[in-house]
Design a protein around this ligand. Structure first.
Ligand SMILES: [Zn+2]
Length: 184
C-alpha cells in the first residue's frame, strides 16, 4: 500500500500569458470538486488585476479564491487539493510550502508563466517542473506571426520582474518574435 504522503500529486499548468492557463486551472478545480474532493483555491494577494478574492479568466469566468501573501497560508486550509493560480508571483518561496503540502498528502495543481519577460525560466518553475507528476504546457498564438506562443513580452519597461502590469502592457509571442525586456 502506498504511504499516505506519497499519493499526493503535483500538476503544473504553464505557458505564456493569454494562453488559457486559468481556464485550464478552473477545469481541474471543477473536475476535482465533481469527484468529491475538497479543493482550496489560492492566489497571490498582490495580483489584484481582476478581483481580490477570485481567480478570473480573461473572458470573465470566476472562481472564488483565498488571496494569500505567502503560500505558507495554504497549509492552514482544509483541502485534498490546493489549486494555485499565478504561482510565479510567489517565485522560489512557493517551493517549500508545496513540498510540505505534498508530504502530508495534499495534492497541488499550479498555473503560471514559466518564462519571464527577460526570456529566462521563471522561478518557481525551475524547481516545480522536475517535481511535477504531470505537466500541461499551453500555447496561445504569437501576436506577430501567428505561430504558437511560448513567451510573454512586456511592452513597457520594468524594474522588478514580478511587478504586476496592466493587461495591455503585455503580448504573447513565439520564441523567434520575442523581444526580451531590458534588464534594470
Ligand atoms: Zn512569432
Amino acid at each position: 500500500m502506498v504511504p499516505e504522503g506519497r499519493r499526493a500529486t503535483l500538476t503544473v499548468i504553464c505557458g505564456p500569458m493569454f494562453a488559457g492557463k486559468t481556464t485550464a486551472l478552473r477545469s481541474a478545480i471543477e473536475d476535482a470538486r465533481a469527484a468529491g474532493l475538497r479543493v482550496a483555491v489560492v492566489k497571490p494577494a498582490r495580483d489584484t488585476r481582476y478581483a481580490p478574492d477570485a481567480i478570473v479568466t480573461h473572458t470573465g469566468e470566476r472562481t472564488e479564491a483565498h488571496a494569500v501573501r505567502s503560500l505558507d497560508e495554504a497549509l492552514a486550509l482544509e483541502a485534498d487539493l490546493v489549486a494555485v493560480d499565478e504561482v510565479h508571483f510567489f517565485a522560489g518561496e512557493a517551493v517549500a510550502p508545496i513540498d510540505a503540502l505534498l508530504a502530508r498528502g495534499t495534492s497541488v495543481v499550479v498555473a503560471g508563466c514559466d518564462i519571464d519577460h527577460f526570456g529566462g525560466v521563471f522561478a518557481p518553475f525551475d524547481a516545480l517542473l522536475p517535481r511535477a507528476h504531470a505537466v500541461r504546457r499551453i500555447a496561445g498564438t504569437c501576436v506577430r506571426c501567428g505561430a504558437p506562443s511560448t513567451h510573454s513580452e512586456r511592452l513597457v519597461p520594468i524594474t522588478d520582474r514580478i511587478i504586476v502590469g496592466g493587461i495591455g502592457d503585455f503580448v504573447a509571442t513565439c520564441a523567434a518574435c520575442f523581444r526580451p525586456c531590458a534588464r534594470p
